[in-house]
Structure formats: C-alpha cells, structure tokens
Design a binder for this molecule. Structure first.
Ligand code: COA
Length: 236
C-alpha cells in the first residue's frame, strides 16, 4: 500500500532530533550486515552534525517514533552534492517512505546548492528506481567527484579493497547523477529505468559474480562470509 505524506512528519532535521542519532546509526549498520553489502560507516556525532547544519531530512511517525533518514554531503568545494545514508525503519519499508524522503532531500539539495551536480551510489534497484524518478541517470565513476575526502569515506565499507583494486573506476555500487545544467526530464529517466530495469538487475548480479569472485580463495573458501556472497541483492 502506498504510504501517504500525512502518515509521516517528514522535515529538515535539527538539534531537536539528536535523540534519534544513535538509533539511525545502529539501523544503518544492521541493515548493511543483514544484506551482506557494504556501507560507509557514520557515527552518531556525524549524524548530529548534519542535523545542526540543516543538511538532513528525518521522518517520524505520527507517534513521534523514528521512521527514516537521509543527509546531504558536499564535495569538490560544493561542485558536487551527495544524498547519502538513506535508511527506512525495517517495519515501515516497502510502503513508499524512501521515495518521500528522497524527494524532500533532493528538493533541499537543489535549494541549497542550485548549481551543484547531485549524485548517489547504490547497490539496490529500489534506490535506482527512486533516483530515476527524480531525473538522475546512471553514470561511470569518472563522472563523480574526484575529491579525495569523498573516496576516503569508502574506507569503512567492506568492498573498499574491490574499489581500490579497480582504481576507483568500478565497485559493487552503481553511480547515478543529476546535472542541473545538462539533464533529461524525470519522465524520461523514469521511462529509461523502467525499460532497462532487468538489465540493471543483471548488472548488479554480474558485479557480484565478477567483483566478489576475486575474494574467493583457490580452495573455495570465502574470505568474506558466504552469506554475503550469495545474499539476494534486492532482499532488504
Ligand atoms: C532501500 C530502502 C531505503 C527502501 O525504503 P522503502 O521505504 O522500503 O522504499 P519505498 O517503499 O519508497 O520503495 C521505492 C520503490 O522501490 C521498491 N522496493 C522497495 N524495497 C524493495 C525490495 N526489497 N525489493 C524490490 N523492490 C523494492 C518499491 O516497490 C517501490 O517501487 P514501487 O512504488 O514502484 O512499487 C530500505 O529498504 C532501507 O532502508 N534499506 C536499508 C538501507 C539501504 O539499503 N539504503 C540505501 C543505500 S543506497
């Protein structure tokens, strides 16, 4: 069932939301573990900093319990913006909340940084779908910021070794970008995604097979947990 905006309070987070920082970080980590995929780890202090700066969107239920979160990061002296750390409380998933949060953080990013390119990295088809509805298109890593601080953020991800072995040209994540000066209409990127969704799904699976394969020892024992290797990619 499609969740309605009025089911949640979705707003720009502030100091008043500090109490949710620990829970948000914990959920980010647990979700990554459950999926067996990588994530750039963030501390509660980092989340609080985003809240103070007015660079985060939070969703609460009508009962004021935490429902979802996402924040903005800037790179290359503001020429690039990333909407990162999208997370929805497990019990509230698959009801349209991520889409609502993404819409809000995208609007906030456009308002605060109208000239910046907005990008995201994801290992999941649902996020690709949402991004496509906003006008993002899939790009190669060379079109993302080359700011060293951004790539340093990947160090805490379990796939960092893969990223470096590919000289930062490829990894498990797929990159998507919205360029304010040169972009297709959201209706076009949405249609493109719909027509190619099966291909993107295959690409994710191919990456799992191709990139993670080098992490399997010759004797067949996985360096990484076998659960991670075979976990269905889209089963959050
Ligand atoms: C990814 C995540 C944010 C999606 O949140 P959500 O609120 O469930 O997403 P939505 O309900 O807004 O779904 C958006 C679209 O993706 C689809 N979708 C969501 N989860 C899906 C899943 N597990 N498998 C297939 N499709 C899925 C929905 O059907 C929806 O499309 P539709 O409306 O056309 O049917 C949530 O699963 C989550 O927090 N996961 C863990 C953290 C994570 O992976 N973050 C993303 C990092 S890039």
């Amino acid at each position: 069932m499609e969740q309605q905006k009025q089911d949640f309070n979705i707003y720009i987070a502030s100091e008043a939301d500090f109490e949710f920082a620990e829970q948000i970080c914990q959920e980010m980590e647990e979700s990554a573990k459950a999926r067996g995929t990588g994530i750039a780890k963030r501390s509660p202090d980092y989340i609080r900093k985003k809240m103070i700066e007015g660079k985060a969107v939070i969703a609460l239920t009508k009962e004021n319990t935490w429902a979802g979160f996402c924040y903005i990061e800037t790179w290359g002296h503001g020429s690039y913006v990333a909407n990162s750390g999208l997370i929805v409380s497990p019990l509230l998933r698959k009801s349209g909340l991520a889409r609502l949060i993404k819409k809000k953080i995208f609007a906030l990013s456009r308002e605060k940084y109208p000239d910046s390119k907005i990008f995201g990295l994801t290992t999941g088809l649902p996020v690709m779908k949402i991004n496509s509805e906003l006008g993002y298109e899939p790009v190669t890593y060379s079109e993302l910021t080359q700011d060293e601080d951004f790539w340093a953020g990947c160090k805490s991800c379990i796939n960092y070794e893969i990223l470096m072995s590919k000289e930062r040209k490829n990894c498990m994540c797929t990159a998507m970008l919205y360029d304010p000066k040169d972009h297709y209409e959201p209706a076009e990127t949405k249609q493109y995604f719909e027509q190619n969704a099966k291909g993107f799904e295959r690409l994710f699976r191919f990456k799992e097979w191709k990139l993670l394969r080098s992490f399997i020892k010759k004797d067949g024992k996985a360096i990484r947990s076998i659960k991670g290797f075979f976990s269905p990619l889209f089963n959050f």
